[in-house]
Design a binder for this molecule. Structure first.
Ligand code: SF4
Ligand code: SF4
Length: 210
């Protein structure tokens, strides 16, 4: 059954740590592990100190952010490519209190009133990608979060170029290329590994990278 945004938020909320990736002003990537998140049905909130490079990278990049969550137990990976923005000033205190009440260990890091040096960010829009590499074949879904847009990824057969040699079907490690009802080969995107083996072996150049 197709996953919903709430399914993915619920899966994320069950986990303990998340990788947050940003880019700095020179375009270099930076990743850190964050454990203090607060989930709402339409938003994800998180806290960091205003002086941290993390906050600077978010502010200087217009909030560009990727969050990665992985469950070793279930082999689920959830990627959220998104935009984070600072919570409005008049709501900062409220959301800091919510965050600290849920993750009380934060008081060890920012005791007493020192959590005033922090800032809450919120993510409302993005692109979710969920995949499970333990299923056979693997399973993948991309769904929008809020006003986010899903960008096509992977590979597609160009029917006008396909000579129906069947090579792609033979070399696919997931066996997810088949003859379609229109008489040309098609890739089942929901189970494609994005490995590109079909793309590399197609003798007619009929497989395009999205
Ligand atoms: S390998 Fe290329 S030409 Fe051959 S069936 Fe696949 S897409 Fe068509
Ligand atoms: S990209 Fe890999 S998994 Fe996807 S259809 Fe091609 S060979 Fe199969």
């Amino acid at each position: 059954m197709a996953k919903t945004v709430q399914d993915l938020l619920d899966m994320m909320e069950e986990l303990d740590t998340y990788s947050f990736a940003t880019v700095d002003a020179l375009g270099f990537p930076h990743v850190r592990v964050i454990s203090a998140l607060h989930f709402e049905p339409d938003a994800i909130y998180f806290y960091t100190a205003r002086g941290k490079n993390f906050a600077r990278e978010l502010d200087e990049s217009g909030g560009r952010l990727e969050i990665l969550a992985y469950s070793e137990q279930r082999n689920d990976t959830i990627r959220l490519s998104c935009k984070a923005e600072r919570v409005p000033e008049d709501q900062q205190r409220h959301w800091i209190d919510v965050q600290f009440s849920e993750q009380s260990y934060l008081y060890n890091v920012y005791p007493g009133e020192t959590n005033e040096i922090g800032v809450m960010y919120v993510v409302r829009d993005g692109e979710f990608e969920w995949f499970n590499l333990a299923s056979k074949p693997i399973t993948r879904e991309c769904i929008p979060f809020g006003a986010g847009i899903v960008h096509e990824k992977g590979f597609r057969v160009d029917a006008s170029l396909c000579v129906c040699c069947g090579t792609c079907e033979d070399v696919c490690p997931q066996h997810v290329v088949h003859m379609g009802s229109a008489g040309t080969f098609v890739i089942d995107e929901g189970h494609c590994l994005h490995c590109g083996n079909c793309f590399e072996h197609c003798p007619a150049g009929a497989i395009e990278r999205l």
